[in-house]
Design a protein around this ligand. Structure first.
Ligand code: ZN
Length: 371
């Protein structure tokens, strides 16, 4: 074995697929494979790149019979030995091998970097989406938000069934005023003749209460609890955020540019069915509770009304959500708040509740006779 021996794996012929360990060296213009007693003309060799890391070298040749053979230097130092001891006629190819190796590495490196960047971007967007939305929504001026809300309200008015006078609306307005003292919004309160147990908040300070909600609420405290919750969807800009989110950012651009009517038409149909995340509902509950305490209104209505809602859900909902844990959990959370934060000055609201409910029943029969 000379000093210039290359340890290598030989592939081809009857050799096993994993190759055979051999010793090789260059002599003049020939590659000699000691162990196998083979000798190949260097000009017949083709150098190629291989391996997962693209740092392996193959010296390939064809026998006169057409059979393929390959010699793979065993380690980096064996590759170095090939480069150092190969005759001049092979140097050009070996130089190219080095270049090709670097090129392939670079291409794969670039692809890996691009993929990593894409994956990272998606993750960052996913994690940060809510933050980005909050940031954008915070930039919308209150005047634009109010314009949006008013346009939606116009659409809802145009659909009919809206009541803006009478004892019930007066009660809603009075309770609402207590709950929105010092707000940056000019609140508007309307009642919509609708037999679903619902109330919803429009961006910019508009609260729509369904007539069925007043029919089902057992007292003014329960109505106050619902209003306190809805007001927080406005104060915390949940309604605005949800509108932007559900209508898409293009709609936001339209709103920003000042043309809210097209967007409003779309939103009018969505607002009543708007869905808030559990987090936002919890926030509206907690802050709504605090608003009731600040207004010295007994917060127990929140618990009792949610219990009514839980019962309604059981009655109407299909079996798979009949045990709706969300409402049950919300009740527990509020009961916890009441225990933690007792409010001695808080009292029940004194409204002539039966008269208010009677107006709702009238609305119901008006609608029936009208249709
Ligand atoms: Zn809500």
């Amino acid at each position: 074995m000379s000093m210039h021996t290359i340890r290598a794996l030989l592939f081809g012929g009857d050799l096993p697929p994993v190759g055979a360990k051999v010793f090789a060296y260059f002599q003049e213009h020939r590659l000699i494979i000691e162990t196998m007693d083979m000798s190949i003309e260097v000009t017949d060799l083709i150098v190629s790149v291989g391996g997962f890391e693209h740092d392996e070298m193959f010296l390939n040749w064809l026998e006169s019979s057409g059979e393929k053979w390959a010699l793979k230097p065993y380690e980096a130092r064996d590759i170095q030995m090939v480069i150092a001891t190969a005759p001049l006629s092979l140097k050009h190819q070996l130089g190219k091998w080095h270049g090709r190796k670097q090129h392939i590495k670079m291409v794969w490196g670039t692809i890996a970097a691009i993929l990593a960047f894409c994956v990272l971007s998606v993750l960052v967007l996913w994690w940060q989406y809510d933050r980005a939305l909050t940031w954008v929504v915070e930039k919308i001026p209150v005047s634009t938000e109010e314009k949006m809300g008013n346009s939606i309200l116009e659409q809802i008015r145009a659909e009919g069934g809206i009541t803006e006078t009478g004892v019930a609306v007066k009660a809603v307005q009075d309770i609402g005023a207590k709950l929105t003292k010092g707000s940056r919004y000019q609140y508007q309160w309307v009642i919509k003749t609708d037999k679903t147990l619902n109330a919803f908040a429009l961006p910019g300070g508009i609260v729509v209460v369904h007539s069925a909600l007043i029919e089902k609420a057992r007292n003014a405290d329960e109505l106050a609890a619902v209003l306190a919750h809805e007001v927080q969807h406005i104060e915390q800009r949940h309604s605005l955020k949800n509108s932007v989110n559900s209508l898409g950012w293009a709609a936001l651009l339209t709103v920003t540019l000042g043309d809210v009517s097209a967007v409003a038409a779309l939103m009018a149909h969505q607002m009543g069915a708007m869905y808030f995340s559990r987090d936002l509902e919890d926030e509206a509950d907690r802050l709504g509770f605090q608003a009731l305490i600040r207004a010295n209104i007994k917060p127990d209505g929140m618990v009792t009304f949610f219990q009514t809602m839980a019962k309604e859900e059981k009655g109407d909902a299909p079996a798979w959500i009949s045990s709706h844990p969300a409402t049950v959990e919300r009740i527990k959370t509020i009961q916890g708040l009441i225990q933690k934060q007792p409010c001695p000055p808080c009292v029940s609201l004194s409204f002539d509740w039966p008269t208010i409910q009677a107006q709702m029943l009238e609305l119901g029969s008006d609608k029936k006779s009208a249709s």
